[in-house]
Design a binder for this molecule. Structure first.
Ligand code: NAI
Length: 331
């Protein structure tokens, strides 16, 4: 049975992680969890936001399911999410955004897949103050990282029968950095002549996605734009409570929802467990347990379709625990 590092995380993390564990256990998913801490929980447990034991566990298992971690705004320790992605070279942040049956949203048939470069760009963390009056953040784009995320996006598009890859950029202003990203995307696009390739400037991309999401398919973006359009796309498909994700490298993968710690609802047992659950299903598929993943997905969709047991973000009045139990009863 594969061992998987489970980082419950901060804020709503422990509540939704518990729900996922219960559902996986009811479905007899063949996984042995190794519980580890990070973020604020890491500090509370051992005084370190990224304890050595957590790093060692991920190194050994090379598979993790992670709840969200708190990052202080404008101060404090560096984002542990970014640190994990960089230290394990999880260069591909894959975020499928698909309308689920039963979710009420203004849009019905959202089916987008975001490939976000996950290790560099402005998230490289190279920044400093220039005296008291200015600050600089350096945007790093390399050929190596841009080529491999472009390859991942096109490989996925070709293997999954997708039709189009859209590169998201701002190369009209950042001619060097985003220009290099586009050069790399074009180089890989040339190897897939049967796929449509197009480029859209990020601000226009935001409007296009809101107005005509059906025109898009696979979206390929550097780190920052990929992060921003992920939340935008989540909004199209019913909100952050239902969109999963994966951080994938050559030798390791960490699965996590797109959303953060949701401090506004943490501790109230009303967080939607679906995004983390679906991230767990991506993990199951990653290790070839497609049948169990599919069973849990069907049970989840059945609960959403019935619409009786939904958390408040989906328009219901139920708790996280009640929603988890409803999914379990459908299994
Ligand atoms: P957020 O994603 O935590 O919350 C945004 C809004 O979505 C809130 O209104 C929240 O209640 C709602 N929401 C999010 N997940 C939900 C769920 N499962 N069910 C129901 N409602 C949900 O974003 P925010 O407020 O910008 O960030 C809060 C903290 O999370 C920050 O410390 C940030 O750094 C961290 N964060 C961590 C991430 C990670 O660990 N991967 C990703 C994004 C943010």
């Amino acid at each position: 049975m594969p061992k998987v590092t489970l980082i419950p995380g901060d804020g709503i993390g422990p509540e939704i992680s518990q729900a996922v564990q219960q559902i996986f256990s009811a479905a007899q998913a063949p996984i042995e969890w190794e519980i580890c801490f990070a973020g604020q929980a890491g500090i509370s447990q051992s005084g370190d936001p990224l304890p050595e034991a957590t790093v060692r566990s991920i190194q050994q298992n090379r598979l993790a399911l992670k709840g969200p971690l708190t990052t202080q705004i404008g101060k404090g320790y560096r984002s542990i999410n970014v640190t994990l992605r960089q230290s394990f070279d999880l260069y591909c942040n894959l975020r499928p955004v698909k309308s689920l049956k039963g979710i009420k949203s203004r849009y019905q048939d959202i089916d987008l897949v975001i490939f976000r470069e996950n290790t560099e760009d402005l998230y490289a963390g190279v920044e400093h103050k220039v005296g008291d009056e200015a600050a600089e953040s350096i945007k790093i784009i390399t050929k190596k990282a841009s080529l491999r995320i472009a390859k991942a996006a096109f490989r996925y598009a070709a293997s999954q029968g997708r039709k189009k890859v859209t590169a998201v950029h701002k190369a009209n202003i950042m001619k060097c950095s985003d220009g290099l990203f586009l050069d790399c995307a074009r180089e890989i696009a040339a190897q897939y002549p049967h796929l449509t390739y197009e480029e859209v400037i990020v601000d226009n991309m935001c409007m296009q996605l809101v107005m005509y999401p059906e025109k898009y398919d696979v979206l390929l973006a550097p780190n920052l734009y990929g992060d921003i359009i992920s939340d935008l796309c989540a909004g199209l498909a019913g909100g952050l409570g239902v969109v999963p994700g994966a951080n994938v490298g050559e030798n390791c993968a960490i699965f996590e929802a797109v959303h953060g710690t949701a401090p506004d609802i943490a501790g109230k047992n009303i967080a939607n467990p679906v995004a983390m659950l679906l991230s767990g299903l991506m993990l199951l598929e990653h290790i070839g347990e497609n049948a169990i993943a599919s069973r849990i997905r069907s049970a989840t969709e059945a609960v959403l379709m019935e619409g009786q047991v939904l958390t408040p973000d989906l328009g219901g009045k139920s708790t996280t625990t009640e929603m988890a139990n409803a999914i379990i009863s459908k299994l």
